[in-house]
Design a protein around this ligand. Sequence first.
Ligand SMILES: O=P(O)(O)OC[C@@H](O)[C@@H](O)c1c[nH]c2ccccc12
Length: 254
Amino acid sequence: MNDTADVAPAVRSILAAARDRDGGSERLSVDARSLPHAFAAAESEGRIPVIAEVKPTSPTTEGTREDDPVELARQMVDGGAAALSVLTEPDHFGGSAENLRKIREAVDVPVLRKDFVVREDQLDVVESDVILLIARFVDDLSGLLEAAEARDFQALVEVHDGEELSEAIEAGASIIGVNNRDLAKLEVDLATFESVAPAVPEDVTLIAESGVTTPKDARRMRDAGADGLLVGSAIMDGDVQMNTEKFVNAETNE
Ligand SMILES: O=P(O)(O)OC[C@@H](O)[C@@H](O)c1c[nH]c2ccccc12
């Protein structure tokens, strides 16, 4: 773990920046909105549980979206998103803790903090309902998971293969995301989720991350066992509300 020799240069640069970034000065205690409940509510209304991501830019996206992030977030919720993901990484994704703070205040759905947290004090930068922990980039996954849960964050543990999945399960993760994007090559392959998902225990909330670009992709991930989908670029590109609706209704509009 934390071995960056075999990751893409862009990812290496992201990680170097992450290690240098300050943490918070005071230990947080979060009053978290439940992600599993938000998913269940969406399902019961016939919507695919979608976590829509406010991602102004990324190393694999051209250009930066300059719209007000709070306005984008509202449109995602109006489009039926069960939850939101907000990038807080400033150097490569155009994110900020301030964006997250404002968005979480403006909506009532759970909000995931998307960042590269590598140390416990970095959990204390800003409150969110869910926090991302990337198995591959964290030295002591169970320690960091415990630290997150001690602050009452829900943790989404991101994995990319069977080995990382075992580690996540062993650490006690109850929300797991399979990232279809290979951080070594930055390439996306939806077959990644299909190959990892069968080994995920029933009681885990399972999320398919990255590379969902069409309603067909959404159905493919659901057929492979995804409880929810994390969609960024395909929602950020164009009319955010309409794009969200397209994924949320992918099973009813077949
Ligand atoms: O834009 P996409 O392909 O729909 O992907 C969204 C999300 O999965 C992606 O942004 C992501 C997945 N894991 C991450 C870790 C850090 C930053 C970003 C990510």
